[in-house]
Write a protein that binds this ligand. Structure first.
Ligand SMILES: Cc1ncc(COP(=O)(O)O)c(C=O)c1O
Length: 394
């Protein structure tokens, strides 16, 4: 798809040109294998890696969704995976080996934190956690064996925003590959590759799929890098996306700009509302002027600031629990980026594997709640929050 076309056009057209018979939407190729018209053709497809042979190697529905994602990220290529966690794992394994060192931003999704802390050391990969807003701290963490700078922005769950252009430049100067988890940003709001980063990763389970009905991950970057992940790790470790989930994802992507426009506008309204609520101690949302990296967010995000916000209850855990139980419309659920507005308590869910001290350092308090805004009427959402606050005030 022509990159000169605008985002909404690419969201519906990209990926169609690789489909047979002029299909106007990616058809579902729900098949494990592809028969060869002749033995010779089978030999050719295996030797030249052209055409489809087996869905773990490639599938037209998955390929169409990958091309659509690549177009939206402005990348040469993209690779779909069975989950966001697998996209992170296989991308990093393609860049790191025994004895290598990774510098990671300290504010990352809890699953990523556990992967780096629990599994990477077993595979001989060392990790240093750094506040990547502190340039001196990154410089001090550098070693001769450092290969990757791992970032997540806006970060889960406190919405910390990182200056991607500066960090990508630092990575380039020091021969590091910069990898960014852009799940909260979505390509509608930010495109890290355009800012100089090397690889961008998403949990496509979230806003990209957008309907809470699939689990998927994606990594996007230049063709050589994606081929390396695909051939050396993804294929052999078997973490491909199923055709049906790719079909749902390609369908969900068509409305990404419409959904994000509405969702980010509602999120900003709710963030302002929560700021005025006496039971709330602090609201974290990059669109608020009070957000510590608001200026960076304004510089590197477009069309709004995404659909996730977090807020801290003054009265801590007990108030958070009573508040959650008082909600009538907003769903208590662990994911985000759904059509439904979802709320969860990070300290007891996504970040439960962290020690109390680790959570304290990261600022994940017992009274923190994370809200993922959906497509309901903003007035209904505000009314639900209001009635829940009045319940806990009694
Ligand atoms: C920022 C971020 N990255 C990665 C993941 C992992 O994605 P998945 O659940 O699709 O494996 C999550 C999951 O919540 C996330 O929030």
């Amino acid at each position: 798809m022509n990159q000169l076309k605008r985002f909404s056009t690419r969201a519906v057209h990209a990926g169609l040109d690789c489909l047979p018979e002029g299909a106007t939407t990616p058809p579902l190729f729900q098949t494990s294998a592809f028969a060869f018209p002749s033995a010779q053709e089978g030999v050719r497809r295996f030797q030249q890696e052209e055409g489809y042979v087996y869905s773990r190697y490639g599938n037209p529905t998955v390929h169409a969704a990958e091309q659509r994602l690549a177009s939206l990220e402005g990348s040469e290529d993209a690779l779909l995976c069975s989950s966001g966690m697998f996209a992170i794992t296989c991308s990093l394994l393609s860049l790191l080996q025994v004895g290598d060192h990774l510098i990671s931003e300290e504010s990352v999704y809890g699953g990523t934190y556990s992967l780096f802390n629990q599994l990477f050391p077993r595979w001989g990969i060392e990790v240093t956690w750094v506040d990547t807003l502190d340039a001196d701290a990154i410089r001090k963490a550098l070693r001769a064996s450092t290969r990757v700078l791992y970032l997540e922005t806006p970060a889960n769950p406190l919405l910390k925003v990182l200056p991607l252009a500066e960090l990508a430049e630092f990575a380039q100067q020091n021969n590091l590959i910069s990898v960014v988890d852009s799940t909260f940003g979505t390509p509608y709001h930010q495109t890290p590759l355009a800012l100089g980063c090397d690889l961008v990763i998403h949990s496509a389970t979230k806003f990209l799929g957008g309907h809470g009905d699939l689990t998927a991950g994606v990594v996007a970057g230049n063709h050589a890098q994606i081929e390396r992940v695909r051939k050396q790790y993804h294929r052999l470790m078997g973490g491909m996306l199923s055709p049906f989930e790719a079909f749902l994802l390609a369908r969900g992507l068509q409305t990404l700009p419409l959904r994000m426009e509405r969702i980010s506008a509602t999120a900003l309204t709710l963030a302002h509302f929560l700021q005025k609520e006496p039971a709330v101690f602090c609201v974290h949302y990059p669109g608020l002027e009070s957000h510590p990296q608001h200026e960076i967010a304004c510089r590197q995000m477009q069309n709004g600031f995404g659909g996730v916000l977090a807020f801290e209850m003054k009265e801590g855990f007990a108030a958070a629990v009573r508040f959650l139980d008082s909600l009538q419309l907003i769903l208590r659920a662990a994911s985000l980026g759904d059509v439904n507005t979802l709320i969860m308590h990070p300290a007891s869910s996504s970040h439960r594997a962290l020690s109390l001290e680790e959570r304290r350092v990261l600022g994940i308090g017992a009274g923190l709640l994370r809200l993922s805004v959906g497509l309901e009427d903003p007035i209904d959402l505000q009314e639900d929050l209001k009635q829940a606050f009045s319940c806990i005030a009694k």
